[in-house]
Design a protein around this ligand. Structure first.
Ligand code: 48F
Length: 262
């Protein structure tokens, strides 16, 4: 059988468009495909939740690929071991309580298992705005990252979701959009973004999990964005908190979704 270039093009366009349409209305829409966003998507999809994740870049994995200062190893603490096991990520104990992984294996496993659990990941798409109604945030406004990079004047498209997760890392982009659009409305002490504090692994890793919660009606935060929103320390190349935060947000949303379906 001879290969037809047009069939190849049609296969891609039809199937991708079908997916995009299927995910126009979802239970949870996650912004950012770093470790926190991926972990959240995995645990939601595993329980049958319709979860979609948008990643601005070509590659999934956020700040994990380069480990610490491009030494591509990641450190995890004891508490995150069950999640590493869940994703079948191999690790070695470096010293008691410090577990080291290959960052490339870590990102690949997070990505593969999340997709296999049933979450849909769209890369190369940026979240540029949110839909806000009386009840809070009800969806996301999307555009091609290439449109943003080229500064083209092209209007975006929208998707509806019951809940949004800001897993956009240090930038806390969804939180920023909310404050830009409607002022100091976040569920923080000042209503504003509190900003990230200096590097401190021990305190930062605890704060991340503590700060993993709702930040505005319909919007939850996971990963590094938690400390950017609520004012916690950054923690550098220890990644356990990101996985624990992603899992915690999935559990919070599973409880919410269960409550609303009863
Ligand atoms: O930055 P990132 O890895 O966030 P994370 O999951 O993990 C943080 C750690 O990597 C590291 C750290 C550990 O100590 O501090 O920084 O919290 O992943 C965030 C992803 O979100 C994407 C961005 O490209 C990155 O891959 N992203 C950011 N803004 C948008 C976005 C947006 N507006 N639309 C789509 N994707």
């Amino acid at each position: 059988m001879k290969l037809d270039d047009i069939v190849i093009s049609r296969a891609i366009i039809e199937n991708w468009s079908k997916d995009l349409v299927e995910y126009l209305e979802v239970d949870v829409a996650i912004v950012g495909g770093g470790p926190a966003g991926l972990t959240a998507a995995y645990y939601l999809a595993k329980k049958g939740v319709k979860a979609v994740l948008y990643e601005r870049k070509l590659s999934i994995g956020g700040g994990m690929w380069g480990g610490g200062m491009m030494y591509n190893k990641c450190v995890f603490q004891e508490a995150s071991k069950p999640i590493l096991d869940e994703f079948k990520i191999r690790y070695e104990e470096y010293q008691p309580g410090y577990f080291i992984t290959d960052s490339l294996e870590t990102v690949s496993a997070l990505c593969l298992e999340t997709i296999r659990a049933g979450a849909r990941i769209f890369n190369l798409i940026s979240v540029e705005d949110v839909m806000i109604r009386e009840e809070g945030v009800t969806g996301l406004v999307l555009n091609w990252s290439a449109v943003d990079i080229a500064k083209l004047h092209v209007d975006p498209l929208t998707i509806r979701s019951k809940y949004v997760v800001d897993a956009s890392g240090h930038a806390a982009e969804v939180a920023k959009i909310i404050t830009r659009k409607i002022g100091k409305a976040l569920f923080t002490a000042t209503g504003d973004l509190m900003g990230e504090n200096p590097m401190w692994a021990e305190a930062g890793e605890h704060a991340i999990v503590e700060n993993t919660k709702e930040i505005y009606s319909g919007v939850y935060v996971a990963g590094m964005a938690c400390n950017a929103v609520f004012g916690g320390p950054r923690m550098g190349p220890i990644f356990g908190g990101m996985l624990l935060s992603g899992k915690k947000i999935a559990e919070l949303l599973l409880a919410k979704l269960k409550g609303s379906s009863n």
